[in-house]
Write a protein that binds this ligand. Sequence first.
Ligand SMILES: C[S@@+](CC[C@H](N)C(=O)[O-])C[C@H]1O[C@@H](n2cnc3c(N)ncnc32)[C@H](O)[C@@H]1O
Length: 485
Amino acid sequence: MKTMLAAPTASSNGRPIGPHKSWKKVNEERKALKRQRKQDKLLKELQQAKEAESQAGKAANEVQAKDKPNPSTLSIAVPGSILENAQSNELRAYVAGQIARAACIFRVNEVIVFDDVGIATARETKRSYEADGEGSSTGTVRSSSLQLARILQYLECPQYLRKYFFPLHKDLKYSGLLNPLDTPHHLRQQSKFRYREGVICDKKAKEGHSYANVGLLNDVLVDKAIEPGVRVTVKMEPQSESCRKQRGTLVSPDEPRRETGVYWGYQVRIAHSMSEIFTKSPYATGYDVTVGTSDRGTNVHEVPNRSYNFNHMLIVFGGLQGLESALANDEKLTVDDPELLFDHYVNVLPRQGSRTIRTEEALLIALAALQEKLQPQVADVEIDLTDLLPKSEDSGIAVRRDVLVSKKQKKRKQVEDTPDETVVDEPSFSKPLPKVARLTANPFADSSEELAKNTPAQDDFEVVSSTTVSGTSHSCADDDLSRFD
Ligand SMILES: C[S@@+](CC[C@H](N)C(=O)[O-])C[C@H]1O[C@@H](n2cnc3c(N)ncnc32)[C@H](O)[C@@H]1O
């Protein structure tokens, strides 16, 4: 059978171009083209359906998130004056570090630093930039309270964000030497977790979006246009194969804990007096169970287990003179017995072997002793996250120490092997080990050489304000300490 030849394709001037094609071939090509178009259409429809599904999922999640109550919270109050008893600046910082460590170990959600002294000399205070809301405050804050609050905030902030929120400040001079908190929200670059803390970058993004630095190699495109410098919590979207850009959604800082049960750090607030601990609570309903601690309190062993049924629990610690003196120094509180101020007044170590337990020690003892007395109304969800979050043996610290040991051992071995020769480090050893350097060096030193030359203790620098964006970023109205400088 003869094959029919299709009409030759013509150029614009009517002349035929290219070889003649058979009708069969033309038909096949047309069919292939049609098939291709059909496939493209199907793919497009599939993609649209997927997008609609993800949008619906997002909306459903939002509704669910709104309905789901936040887990019950635990707050502690400590007087800033405890730093005044420390013998040196290094020890002041260390005491602050102990408070931060205890708060994280026991999953405390709020740390209140309060003034238990009241009257202070000008040297003992810092002037506030903001007038008090009630107009009754002197507009000052005790320096020790401010330093304690500042160090607590610094340690709580993930390392990769500190340079944005904590410029050089004498209060933070020794903070780089303090033990890290190693909390789950201090994620390493290689850690894969659904949520990350970040800061909005000063980088142009498409309409209605912005970029956030969440401690990864590349910035993440987030779904809201927000001014640079704001601290945010980002829910990471699963990375799609078609798009290399990592995307994320801004969420409330409560969401990681509410959705995963993971401890997501603490908030810090300053109370100018003991009464402000109670009156300035960030929780709409205030604290529903309050505990005062003292060696004059009720024996903790007499408190039945799970008897403290709470939604917002508060445990208050005194300073050198205890809560009695803190109460006496408060002009607004009229009761003179602290036992009357709290729902419970407990002695957490009835047979103590030292005449006095220091506040930073009492914190650990009390939080451990009270653990089994607590009955949160909304418990944390329990999800097995062992694959997602590194345990301490995976943390950089162990690696760093190993590196240091092996380096020392290797060097010693080299000396033994070559007694008469000068020891020359292997090239790999002469390379800087960034993790080792970060552990010991001033945390600000690596940001610029210029900064490292400064003597932070002598200069008073301002702390960069991290403004609040409702619902999505951290509430900083109360905890932004820059106004006190
Ligand atoms: C140096 S002590 C103050 C001494 C004082 N005798 C007292 O306990 O009230 C500082 C703080 O540690 C806590 N503390 C010390 N010993 C305690 C105990 N046995 N039980 C509960 N809290 C204690 C209290 O919060 C106290 O205000």
